[in-house]
Design a protein around this ligand. Sequence first.
Ligand code: PLP
Length: 576
Amino acid sequence: MNLQKFIEQAKKANIFYDGEVKDIDSIVDMLSPSRPLLYWTMELYDKEENEIKGGGGLGILAADTRRTAQQLGIPLVVVTPFYTRETHQRLDNFWQQEESISVKPGPEYRQYCNTSISTLIHNVVPLDIYDRTLGSTRIVTITEKNFGELYPGSNSSDHRLYQEVALGFGGYKALRMEGIEALYMQLNEAPTVFAAIARLDDLLRSGQSFEDALKALRSQLLYTNHTLVPAVEGEFTRAQFEHFAYPNILNNELKEWLNSLFNSESKIKLSLLAVELAGKKSGVSKLHARVSDFYDHSGNKVKFDAITNGISRKWILPGIENFYHKNGILNETDLPSNDYKSRLNTLDMNTVRQLKKIGRAHLNHVLRRRKNQYNCPTTIPHDAIIFDFKRRFASYKRPDLLFTDTNRLSNILQSHNAHLILTGKPHPNDEPMKHELQRMLTLTHNDPILRQRVHYLQDYDEEIGQALAFGADCALNVPVVGEEACGTSWMKDIANLKLLISTPDGGVADVQPIACLEVSGKNEAESLYYNMEQASAILRCDSAYRRELIRSLGAYLPIISGPRMMAKYLQLFANK
Ligand SMILES: *Cc1c(COP(=O)(O)O)cnc(C)c1O
């Protein structure tokens, strides 16, 4: 696909509104391999295709952004660390153990240069830069032997700051050596902000005033926030900055400006820096952009544009994607066609059942390879309904809501011949959720029906996420309302002709009322169980299932589309 053609298609699909179409054209002329969009991220989750494992949604989004850019011919460079240790989960008597293995960039990466950063005590900290080109996109990855794991220690640890400084200053230098200059830069969360500081320092080298340089930087910098409130973020001290960051900055005025941003306890949050440096800011769903609560240094509340996350083709069963194209529901760029809603009426249940069978076969294949809570493969009868809960075990995502009343749960599963697949890891430091996982698996073990019908898959990853999206029947998404920034697994579910049971939160709430089975009311557990009963009945009835699919695809196909997200980002960059 070439970018020009994509922009034409996006205009036809009414992704841009009038008046802003002219600016968008200039982007096409300006973007090139040496003037690309630079996408900075501390996490890229793309193990299957690109040998880099992340931890969750942030990394999955980065990988989907790159994949979609490649599909559309957008010159985009993802700059990301290569972590030299990779963590995996295993269960020991239902208790999570983390194991880390040592990894290095594989043969598909080229080691293209070395660079370095400085700290207060080491003038030269050498960094190895590897890269890989994929169509119009590139992955540039920064590492060294002791780079360590993803998210080591606390948010405010020295090692985190070192990794963040290595990515920002080291990555910027490496690109500069190759003559690559950012036309636009996107910061995928605040810890990548050192890339913006490196850019500003570089702009100042040309002799322009601090004000002019800052203005120039702001016009080309987008900060994409994924957090709701700054409270959960780490803070660094001025001493840490003096040790790790300042030795990489030439311009004294820039250091003074940074100093002026520390609070009275000589601490700083990276989101404050990102807010001050970026002229454009975005949140990852409508609700998130509205409720995120950030302030700039003068105390003004930060306004975020809403660009809801999307997903790439990777997450849609090829047969289903084919079906969308054959019936003109998606156009060739994977944007919904103008009349996609009426075209959804071509949905016939023979085809849907056929496609779901192919998805189930893929899931079965993965279930045979992977371990459940008893370290065994899982087999599920072909005529059983499969519910899934697949997401990090963070307390706000509430995997435990399902276990509020275990008798009720086992009744539902048994009377509808249904199975429940759970997967997701508690964070290594999250002792309460590790206990919660153990408690849920113990309750399951002690109930003869649940023991047969509830399966926990160890070491949740892309393979499991994709297989459940392709092959399960109904997904459960029950975050505490107001706490999920967007979430993308629910998009994978809708796209693959599944039912969704969800609270009205994150990207699901972009549409009001939400267009799936809604968990709400005072007793959310009861509402969840009620909806599981409903879903079971719907899934066993062609006409009800068809109606539900048409409703949710009608509402969510434009939101799910990765190309829609990319078009919106390009538009945001193009706007002066
Ligand atoms: C899709 C996906 C995610 C994102 O999940 P959300 O909880 O919906 O944000 C995380 N991890 C994996 C492995 C995924 O496939």
